[in-house]
Design a protein around this ligand. Structure first.
Ligand code: SAM
Length: 325
């Protein structure tokens, strides 16, 4: 199992970086031009703020991961709607954002949504944020965006952090095709059914998972997906960021033995490995081909027909030929 994380006990930690003042040392030149440029960007962005809904991504741990545009929009809109004012209040305080906060979550969404839409019809600029990361991704907002689209109201994204994507790029698993499957069901039977649904997908699978259930979920993955290559990305962008990579059996064993892990985690599972060919059947086909073709041509013909490695087929064809002579 391979583990990577941040250097600990040094000024490499995210906590220090998040709360540190801008570096004004000569090494980085004077900070004034940079500050002025940031102010200019903010003023220009705020002048462009039209009525509509702004989906603003927020940090997933390290408060420094807020984009300039996110900051300008959050400062410039008329209202920010969030999941929990206590959580978002910390971000607001960190950046001196004084825009009023309203709450929008699964329990009040049906009641609050019409009022949000009505205010945008009247010309309001409203930002939607979640506790952390990108809205709608295992977070509220989908029905609000649908309603905006239905009512032909403007909606735009101010993209930024998302745990699933940060985990994917750190996982060492193929990023070219991936499937984000959200949270797995907490109950085992439903979880196993969900995993079966994804078992044949030829892509890296990405799951949000509670750190309290890591061991159980990883064990179910071994059972339903096979012992694939996988990774657990925990506490991303935070002080104790850690990525454990290995086979599912190893990871399940580790979290079983170590007890409940802390914080938040994303589990990633590599695509199914290519099924091992039936070599007896392949050799039979090679013998048939060798009746009419040379070793090289027989290997090339079968490589095209089966997708197997031409080199491996050549070696097998050669040894079959040598057995015959
Ligand atoms: N919308 C968010 C996003 O785009 O990242 C995800 C919200 S979802 C309610 C919360 C889950 O995201 C956590 O249970 C965990 O699976 C994952 N997560 C959020 N922050 C994380 C972090 N810093 N490190 C690892 N996983 C994280």
């Amino acid at each position: 199992m391979v583990i990577s994380g941040k250097k600990s006990g040094s000024d490499q930690t995210n906590r220090r970086r998040a709360s540190s003042k801008p570096d004004r040392s000569p090494r980085h030149g004077s900070a004034e031009p940079a500050t002025a440029a940031i102010d200019q960007v903010e003023t220009a962005l705020q002048a462009e703020l039209h009525p509509g809904l702004y989906l603003v991504a927020t940090p997933i741990g390290n408060l420094a991961d807020l984009t300039l545009r996110a900051l300008a929009v959050l400062r410039g809109v008329d209202r920010i709607i969030c999941e929990d004012t206590r959580v978002s209040g910390k971000l607001m305080a960190r950046y001196g954002i004084t825009t009023p906060l309203d709450v929008y979550h699964d329990h009040n969404a049906e009641k609050v949504r019409p009022a949000i839409l009505a205010s945008i019809h009247r010309g309001a600029r409203v930002a939607l944020i979640s506790d952390a990361g990108t809205q709608l991704i295992s977070d509220p907002g989908f029905k609000l965006v649908l309603a905006e689209i239905d009512e032909q109201l403007p909606v735009t994204a101010v993209p930024g952090p998302s745990a699933a994507i940060a985990a994917l790029i750190l996982s060492g698993l193929p990023p070219d095709a991936f499937l984000f499957a959200g949270f797995l069901p907490p109950r085992q039977a439903a979880r196993q059914r969900a995993l079966e649904r994804w078992a044949a997908v030829e892509a890296t699978l990405i799951f949000h998972e509670s750190t309290q259930r890591l061991a159980e979920s990883l064990a179910d993955m071994v059972e339903r997906l096979g012992n694939r290559t996988a990774a657990v990305a925990r506490e991303l962008t935070k002080l104790h960021e850690e990525v454990r990579r290995g086979k599912l059996v190893e990871l399940a064993g580790y979290y079983q033995a170590s007890g409940h892990a802390r914080g938040e985690a994303v589990v990633l599972v590599g695509p199914p490995e290519l099924v091992q060919p039936d070599w007896a059947e392949v050799d039979k086909m090679l013998r048939g081909a060798l009746v009419r073709f040379s070793v090289r041509d027989a290997a090339a013909k079968l490589a095209t027909e089966t997708g197997l490695s031409r080199g491996e087929l050549y070696r097998r064809a050669l040894s079959i030929q040598q057995e015959k002579s």
